[in-house]
Structures are given as C-alpha cells and as structure tokens.
Design a protein around this ligand. Structure first.
Ligand code: NAP
Length: 330
C-alpha cells in the first residue's frame, strides 16, 4: 500500500511517499481502508521530535484521526463488519497511524461514523471532539446558564468546545485573536467573543462573568492562557486544560486560594497504554449521535491530498486557519 512516512524527525518536508506491506489486524483489531485523516498539533509535534515518547516506530506513519471503510475484522471483534463506515483514533501516537491506504487499530478505538456528514469530513473529529468532550463532560460538568470561557475558540479543540458548551446550555464567552475567528466563534454558538490580544482578563471577567469569574474555563492552549485561566475562574470554579504546562510548572497557589478544581486531559492515553481503548469508541459513538442531532459539526477550513501533507503541516503550525485541516486519501 502507499504510505507517507517519516524516517527521522524534521521539518514538514521530511515526509516521504513510499510503499509498505498492508498491515494485518490482530484478533481484537480491525483494518480500515483510509478515506481521510486530519491534522492535529500532536501530529506535527511528533514530526518535529518534540514528543519522542509518542512517536511510532520508524519508518513512522503519523496522524491519529481517521475515517474510512472496514476492510478486515479480527476474530474477537463483533462490533464491526467489513464495509462499515467508521471513524476513530487508532494510532499515529504509540503505534502506526492513518497516513496510508490502510490503518489497523484496536476495534475499541473506532465507532460507526456519523450519518449526516460526508465520511471524509468525519476524519476532522476524533481527536478534537474526544478532547472537548472529555474536558466538558468527564473532567467537569456544564449546566444550563453556567458561564463558560473557551480559549482558542476556533482552533480544533476550541471550535468543538464552543459547540458542546452551547449545547449543554452554557453562556459561552469565546476568545480568538482575529475578527474572522471571532465571527466563526459566534456562528458556532458563542454568546460573546473577546480579543484576548487587546483585552485584559479583569475587563472580560467584568463584562462577561459578572465580575467574580467564570464557572468553567476551557483551556486547550496552556502557558499564559492557563495562567489567566486561574484569574478568570470564580472561587470554587473549574479549569480544564489539555496542556503539559499544567504538569510542568503550574503554580498551584491560586487553586488553593480559590478552592478550584483542575482537570487535565491526555486523550491519546488509552492508545499509548494499550488499555481502556474501548472508552474511545464509546465516546465517539456519543459524539456521532450529537453530530447527527445537529449539535456539533466539524468546520473544515482546507482540504489537502495525502501528497500535500507537508503543506498541511506548514499551515497548521502557522495557526492561520479556523477549525480543521483535512487530509484526503485521493
Ligand atoms: N492533551 C490532549 O489530549 C490534547 C488533545 C488535543 C489537543 N491538545 C493540544 O491542545 C492544543 C490545541 O489543539 P488544537 O487542535 O485546538 O490546535 P489548533 O487547531 O492549532 O488551534 C490552536 C488555537 O490556539 C491559538 N494559539 C495560540 N497560540 C498559538 C500559536 N503559537 N500557534 C498556533 N495557535 C496558537 C489559536 O487561536 P488564536 O489565534 O485565537 O489565539 C488557535 O486557533 C495543542 O497544543 C494540542 O497539542 C492536547
């Protein structure tokens, strides 16, 4: 089969198109003919060499997200049949990923694809929707009328976070660095938007959270956003984040001073551990139902062929896009 691999870490041009053996599924696995994948920061961080513990063995087939058609089913798998349209997060970190004609993964890392959107578009969802879901429904809960602040509101994770928080009935304030991004945040359901590059945290707390802070701050960016998250949240409130800066050098004093809760998500962990992988498929089934109910939809800014993976990585690393960048196996 054709695959796009890296033999070493490097810049986006390090990808090579090559031919490799079609992988065989083990007893608990399925093989999927890949229609599409999408770009997540974890893919370019692995390519850069920034996450050596996550890299698949070289030559490494990267990319975590996939949508496609089941092509072969392991003997212990009953949830899927050949020909089923599925989406999932089977590898790309810890094991070989989706940038190839076929990907093999634990059956628990897949679910049937949403029926209301094209199959290839479903590849925009797994990593970001699982992450946003775990941040808002697993690490905390959001109720009708809660005031929720979403940082990075038109990035991959944030644009699903805005939609989910709005669907839970929250009053959503979204931050984004450009007018075009803030317009999209409103279209996705934000009640208010903030240009965080121009507005102090005290000012947007006063204006959008009645002065004492947001019930929940949703932070998929980390670093200075995580620091301002602790200023923006109310006493006894919750900060949810995806970022390792939470683990590395977070000053916990503001958490103690305001009796806060902190939730940290590492969505790929079941794949890295080879354990509890069924939770991925179970959550993806819930997310497919939300998509089919019209509660959540992926925003796809640009589509690239697998042969254009370097271009997609360059655009992704620039941050100059809204929603997701899709990679289609043409
Ligand atoms: N731990 C986990 O399980 C997990 C899961 C998914 C993602 N993540 C991490 O969460 C972060 C966000 O993921 P994502 O998919 O939402 O990323 P993304 O689609 O690239 O969006 C990131 C957003 O961050 C903002 N941003 C701030 N500084 C930036 C910079 N220097 N370069 C690019 N964007 C910047 C941008 O919004 P503004 O222009 O409005 O600032 C952008 O829209 C990434 O670091 C990713 O690795 C972690």
């Amino acid at each position: 089969m054709t695959a796009h691999v890296i033999e070493e870490y490097g810049d986006p041009d390090v990808f090579e198109r090559t031919t490799v053996e079609v992988p065989e599924p083990g007893p608990d696995e399925i093989r999927v003919a890949v229609e599409a994948s999408s770009l997540n920061p974890v893919d370019y961080k692995i390519r850069q060499g920034a996450l050596p513990d996550f890299a698949p063995e070289f030559p490494a087939r990267l990319h975590c997200d996939v949508a496609g058609v089941v092509d072969a089913v392991g003997e212990n798998v009953s949830a899927f049949d050949e020909g089923d349209e599925v989406y999932g997060m089977p590898g790309g970190a810890g094991r070989q990923g989706a940038l190839a004609d076929y990907v093999v993964g634990h059956a628990g890392t897949f679910a049937h694809a949403p029926e209301s959107i094209p199959l290839e578009d479903a590849a925009a969802l797994p990593v970001v929707a699982l992450t946003a879901w775990e941040m808002l429904a697993d690490k905390t809960s959001v109720d009708i009328g809660d005031e929720v602040l979403v940082y990075g509101a038109t990035g991959g994770v944030g644009h699903i976070g805005v939609q989910l928080a709005a669907w839970f009935g929250a009053d959503v304030t979204a931050t984004a660095s450009s007018e075009a991004k803030r317009d999209l945040a409103e279209e996705l359901g934000a009640d208010a938007t903030v240009d965080y590059t121009e507005t102090d945290v005290e000012a947007y707390v006063d204006e959008h959270a009645g002065g004492d802070g947001f019930d929940v701050v949703f932070d998929p960016i980390g670093d200075e956003h995580l620091e301002t998250a602790f200023e923006a949240v109310r006493p006894f409130g919750t900060v949810v984040t995806t970022e390792s800066s939470a683990a590395q050098d977070l000053d916990l004093a503001p958490m103690h001073a305001n009796s806060l809760e902190l939730g940290v998500v590492l969505v790929i962990l079941p794949v890295l551990l080879g354990d509890r992988q069924d939770r991925i498929g179970e959550e993806l089934a819930d997310i497919a139902a939300l998509v089919d109910d019209g509660a959540v939809e992926p925003v796809i800014d640009e589509r690239f062929a697998f042969d254009e993976v370097a271009e997609a990585h360059r655009l992704g690393e620039s941050g100059d896009f809204r929603g997701k960048l899709l990679l289609v196996n043409e």
